[in-house]
Design a protein around this ligand. Structure first.
Ligand code: NAG
Ligand code: NAG
Ligand code: NAG
Ligand code: NAG
Ligand code: NAG
Ligand code: NAG
Ligand code: NAG
Ligand code: NAG
Ligand code: NAG
Length: 751
């Protein structure tokens, strides 16, 4: 595909309206960005007021994306309406919101220029004052006024207080070994709580929060009233994520409450941190069997989370640590993270593992970068060593559909203390305001990091000028994202992938050709997600014979793609993709009037993924002003063929038509020009054959059905048309496209 066809170019750094160049310091907010935001002021003048009002009505009051979960009961054919604007409450309070709008542009002058500006930063030369991690004192001092003038900060502050109050009333996190991922959930919960307690203390000066934090620390050190882990290895160093997250938690609490701890408490925190966290971390760097995650090529969340936790903790205790271990670790973690963690995005920004693991990886990466910058004045290249890392913000925005993620592959454990708020840091550091404008609308935005990573002087709307489609063409994932709106929770969204079946840190599925589809506020074609992480050989490897590929959720049968001979895809598949978009961008309004010729298509030649078929090609395209979807497959196979799609919907089949019902909405799926004998059938979401037998039985997939087309060996073109039953749209408003071979698809091939 020609570079010009790829809308990613519309958003890259060199074309950025914000320009590029030397670090930029914003006097009023204390934010330093690496590229000057030279047009920021004029932007305000140019688009400020009209956009502002829309943003306020749509986002703050109605919740542009805030009502994701509670979908609107009305949906319309042209509905790119802000969910908020169809809501009486929103209309009623819009006047108040507009008044409030002036306050959206923080004018606080209280934040002082950071006095700590070392000329030649060194990781061993930390700032003299506390806190040194993420939020230095001058940022805390500025915060109350920023909160007063920014509705996002105000809301997040309130949520953090409310969450902290909930945790306060609970007993300290009890040790629980969950078999799947050791005690990672415990570790992350301790971290989440300590961040909240320390935050609220600093905002109130009420020492009850310090006492409560100490209770949590003592308990996680094994000095509470109930045991916490085995004697010698309480933080489960064998699954080092656990130890790393607790190290990070202890480091933050040590630093943010530094002046409140007695010398004795500080000494106890350090002793515990070193014994159960840092000492094992150092061993990981010298013994590569123990510390496999330090090995070159570990381009995934493990390297980010482990190096991040060790770095945060080491910076916290650096000059108090008489053992020298913090100093030693800081000599190791940064280079290691630059070589591995920072390479976990490929050149189009896609995260090398999965869309869900992106959360863990970028949280670790962002915490590490932010801690290094605040404590020592530099990130030592962690943010820039991979020149394409910043695009991972776009990856996240595009992989996030109106209902949920395009959640291919494994999903990972619960997201305690792990959010998408790395986007707020990346927005400021990479000068990509749309990341921040996007993330501030999300449910997970309220946490202490956001209070310091979010630059409240950012202006505009994330959807303004943002292309509806994006192609991510790196060989590793080769995926596409296409939608009808950025702001309508009922929007149509289709995402599909080809890519390699190896090279994802063993978190992927055998899923070239896989897709998901959202419309009418629900997911019609969806993923089964992770298998049981504790099942034997689940993570053994990604070779053809791996037992991982015997689990239904990981095998090709369990994906929304073509199945040949009821067999798994070839792990060595190297698909080829092409595609084009009309380049339609949303404007400043939350209501988008889609032009007649607005479309996008993507074609993947996934033949190399199959052993018994010479040709398997899949095309996905939007039709009829992005209201319908065509999935077309061209197959030449010497063995049986199945078209498979997993859905939570109730399926009613009538030959070549299937009617799907879900969440009170309807989707009609029909085969155009069906090959002789082709018709839909329905199957349970379970393996077709006892062989290859998984080491333990598959998990159930309750509520999930498979819509199937089964055919014998042969040459076929399958054209499956998805017509979401938008309210107000009559049968005659739907189009029936001409049959066009995939090689002949173009932007205009289907009128
Ligand atoms: C959108 O729908 C509304 C009501 O259904 C209708 O009045 C309006 O003309 C439609 N707008 C477009 C652009 O189709
Ligand atoms: C933060 O939220 C708490 C709880 O709602 C509130 O008491 C406090 O005043 C807020 N802080 C600021 C600076 O507004
Ligand atoms: C924090 O509070 C918000 C708002 O009440 C709630 O939705 C969220 O689940 C809470 N988060 C946690 C981790 O308790
Ligand atoms: C807490 O104490 C600090 C230092 O004395 C002071 O600057 C700050 O204003 C106090 N904050 C509150 C909410 O009382
Ligand atoms: C926990 O107890 C051990 C053993 O007495 C002590 O070495 C350590 O410093 C204590 N740590 C904390 C945080 O209480
Ligand atoms: C079914 O719904 C659940 C819950 O929303 C979702 O996680 C899952 O991906 C859906 N499954 C399919 C096949 O759509
Ligand atoms: C891959 O894992 C399987 C078990 O799932 C094992 O039998 C095989 O030897 C492993 N192959 C390699 C190359 O490690
Ligand atoms: C769509 O139509 C508009 C107006 O006629 C035209 O300017 C534009 O180039 C067309 N876009 C495509 C992708 O054909
Ligand atoms: C496909 O395109 C080729 C080359 O433009 C053309 O000769 C052929 O007729 C087209 N086939 C169909 C079925 O549209």
């Amino acid at each position: 595909m020609a570079a010009a066809d790829n809308p990613i170019n519309a958003n890259n750094a060199t074309n950025s309206p914000y320009g590029s160049g030397a670090p930029y310091y914003n006097e009023s907010t204390g934010f330093i960005t690496r590229h000057p935001a030279k047009t920021r002021t004029s932007n305000w003048v140019k688009i400020g007021v009209p956009v502002l009002i829309l943003v306020i009505i749509g986002a703050v009051v109605g919740g542009v994306l805030g009502s994701r979960a509670s979908k609107s009961s009305t949906s319309s054919t042209n509905s790119s309406n802000s969910p908020g604007s169809s809501n009486g409450e929103a209309a009623a309070s819009s006047a108040a919101s507009i008044k409030n709008a002036v306050g959206r542009f923080a004018t606080a002058t209280e934040s002082k220029y950071d006095p700590f500006q070392p000329k030649t930063p060194s990781v061993l030369n930390v700032r003299p004052d506390r806190p040194r991690l993420i939020a230095p004192a001058y940022k805390w001092a500025a915060l109350p006024n920023l909160i007063k003038s920014d509705p996002y900060l105000k809301g997040w502050n309130e949520t953090i207080f409310a969450n902290a109050t909930d945790y306060f009333a609970k007993s300290p996190v009890a040790y629980f070994w969950d078999h799947d991922s050791g005690m990672l959930d415990n570790a992350r919960e301790v971290k989440m709580r300590l961040k909240a307690f320390a935050y609220v203390y600093r905002m109130t000066n009420d020492t009850r929060w310090v006492d409560r934090a100490w209770q949590e620390i003592k308990n996680a050190a094994g000095n509470g009233t109930t045991p916490f882990g085995p004697d010698e290895d309480k933080w489960n160093s064998g699954h080092f994520l656990d130890a790393a997250e607790l190290s990070s938690a202890f480091g933050i609490a040590y630093d943010w409450l530094y002046d409140l701890w007695t010398d004795d408490q500080k000494s106890q925190i350090r002793t515990t941190l070193i014994k159960y966290g840092l000492q094992h971390g150092l061993t990981a760097f010298t013994d590569h069997n123990v510390g496999w995650w330090t090995n070159s090529g570990t381009t995934g969340n493990w390297n980010c989370v482990c190096n991040g936790g060790l770095t945060v903790a080491s910076l916290a205790i650096l000059d108090d640590d008489t053992t020298g271990i913090a100093r030693q670790l800081l000599g190791l973690t940064i280079d290691n993270a630059k070589q591995n963690c920072a390479q976990a995005t490929v050149d189009d920004g896609s995260w090398a593992e999965t869309a869900n693991y992106w959360y863990f990886g970028t949280t670790g990466h962002a915490e590490m970068a932010s801690a290094l910058i605040s404590a020592t004045g530099s990130d030592y290249g962690l943010l820039d060593v991979n020149a394409n890392f910043f695009k991972t913000g776009l990856y996240h925005m595009y992989v996030f559909g109106p209902t949920s993620l395009f959640d291919y592959g494994d999903h990972g454990p619960n997201k305690f203390s792990t959010t998408a708020n790395s986007l707020l840091l990346y927005a400021a550091e990479y000068n990509q305001p749309q990341f921040s404008l996007f993330q501030r609308e999300q449910h997970d935005a309220a946490e202490p990091w956001s209070m310091f990573w979010y630059d409240p002087s950012v202006s505009g709307a994330f959807w303004d000028g943002t292309p509806l489609d994006m192609f991510f063409n790196n060989d590793l994932d080769q995926w596409v994202s296409m939608r009808s709106s950025w702001t309508d929770t009922n929007a149509l969204y289709v995402a599909a992938k080809a890519g390699k079946n190896q090279g994802h840190q063993t978190h992927n599925d055998l899923d070239a050709g896989d897709f998901v589809l959202d419309a009418l506020g629900t997911r019609w074609t969806g993923e089964l997600g992770s298998g049981d992480y504790n099942s034997p050989y689940y993570f053994s490897n990604d070779t053809q014979g791996s037992a991982r590929w015997t689990y239904y959720r990981k095998m090709t049968q369990g994906q929304n793609t073509i199945l040949i001979n009821e067999a798994n895809q070839n792990v060595l598949a190297a698909p080829k993709v092409t595609g084009q978009s009309s380049g339609t961008k949303q404007g400043s309004s939350t209501v988008l009037d889609i032009p007649d010729n607005s479309t996008a298509y993507w074609v993947a030649d996934i033949s190399s993924a199959y052993f018994d078929a010479s040709v398997v090609k899949r095309g996905v395209r939007l039709l009829n002003k992005r209201r319908q979807v065509l999935v077309q497959d061209e197959i030449t196979s010497t063995a049986s063929v199945q078209w498979r799609m997993h859905t939570n919907a109730t399926i009613t089949i009538d030959g070549t038509t299937a009617t799907l019902a879900l969440d009170g909405e309807t989707m009609k799926v029909s085969m155009l020009n069906p090959p002789s004998g082709a018709q839909f059938s329905q199957m349970q979401a379970q393996r077709l054959n006892p062989d290859p037998a998984p080491p333990v039985p598959d998990q159930d997939n309750p509520g999930v059905s498979v819509l199937v087309i089964s055919l014998p060996a042969g040459q076929y073109t399958l054209e499956v048309l998805f017509n979401p039953q938008w309210s107000g749209m009559s049968d005659s408003d739907f189009v029936t496209p001409d049959s066009v071979p995939l090689d002949n698809w173009s932007l205009t091939s289907h009128k």
